[in-house]
Design a protein around this ligand. Sequence first.
Ligand SMILES: C[C@](O)(CO)[C@H](O)COP(=O)(O)OP(=O)(O)OC[C@H]1O[C@@H](n2ccc(N)nc2=O)[C@H](O)[C@@H]1O
Ligand SMILES: Nc1ncnc2c1ncn2[C@@H]1O[C@H](COP(=O)(O)OP(=O)(O)OP(=O)(O)O)[C@@H](O)[C@H]1O
Length: 284
Amino acid sequence: MSLTWFPAPAKINLFLHVTGRRADGYHELQTVFQLIDLCDQVGLKVRDDGVIQALHRLPGLDPEHDLSVRAARALQAATGTPLGCDIELQKHIPAGAGLGGGSSDAATVLCALNALWGTKLNETELAAIGLKLGADVPVFVHGYSAFAEGVGEALQPLELGPACYALVFPGETVPTAEIFRDPELTRNTPPIKISLLREGVSTHNDLQAVATRHYQEIGAAIDWLKRFGDARMSGSGSSVFVRVDSQTAAEAIKAEAPSRWRTWCVRGIDQSPLHIALRNLSAR
Ligand SMILES: C[C@](O)(CO)[C@H](O)COP(=O)(O)OP(=O)(O)OC[C@H]1O[C@@H](n2ccc(N)nc2=O)[C@H](O)[C@@H]1O
Ligand SMILES: Nc1ncnc2c1ncn2[C@@H]1O[C@H](COP(=O)(O)OP(=O)(O)OP(=O)(O)O)[C@@H](O)[C@H]1O
């Protein structure tokens, strides 16, 4: 049997407010996760011998630290299944880009293996396993764009509707922990009510000021994108984005962008393509 392939979409944070800090050092956030149609692809094949093996190597990363492998091991441990799997990743989402690529790979492995192994955990149980791997994993397990609180795991689905973005990766790989531990980080933005989002309350990304101080190229990309609209950083960076009216407008920005940056025209999606693939699998 060959590998079965499943998509792992990226996200952008339309805003990110840091509203506090917990005793364990993690930060309380308010954010909107917008899923986008830039995807990694995760190939999986069930093994009868219980072995979990990566067929790929991510540059500079021990396979045991690969979030796709860690997710498979976590599901195996939680369910006690005797089954294993081969895993292969086709990476299209840059790592350390604030796009949640590693977290999404992990969520796709959890959801797809749960179906392939027949372990029958529900989404809440899978999200709880995912949260131990990273604060961004639960939103990808649930597979919808959402307003998030807590450390990013308390989710309320949002229908954001059709949206186009020009997305720029200025080439910096940002370790998320480095940004969160900066003493200069604003950690006391007053919480907002979700209802105010629809009324157009002003929002921002609290991690942006710190990240642009650490990585000059992020500031350069924001300044360049600002001529097209309200340009912002996603997550802890380094990617930045601007919302535009049409795919044509996004294509024009991509054509003009400095060639040292990777640029995409992406669409917002309210439902993850992973969940559509899983429904098709169970209908077979
Ligand atoms: C910045 C965001 O990308 C926004 O979506 C996420 O909050 C980060 O999610 P993630 O990459 O899955 O993060 P994790 O792997 O859980 O955490 C990496 C590190 O970031 C810090 N961290 C992360 C999330 C959070 N709410 N507070 C934190 O302080 C912690 O130091 C943690 O050790
Ligand atoms: N499958 C994976 N894909 C990408 N990075 C991975 C993976 N597994 C582990 N990692 C490690 O995790 C780090 C963060 O990866 P990721 O792509 O999720 O970052 P990010 O987009 O900045 O995340 P976030 O927005 O969640 O902070 C990488 O620098 C890499 O060392």
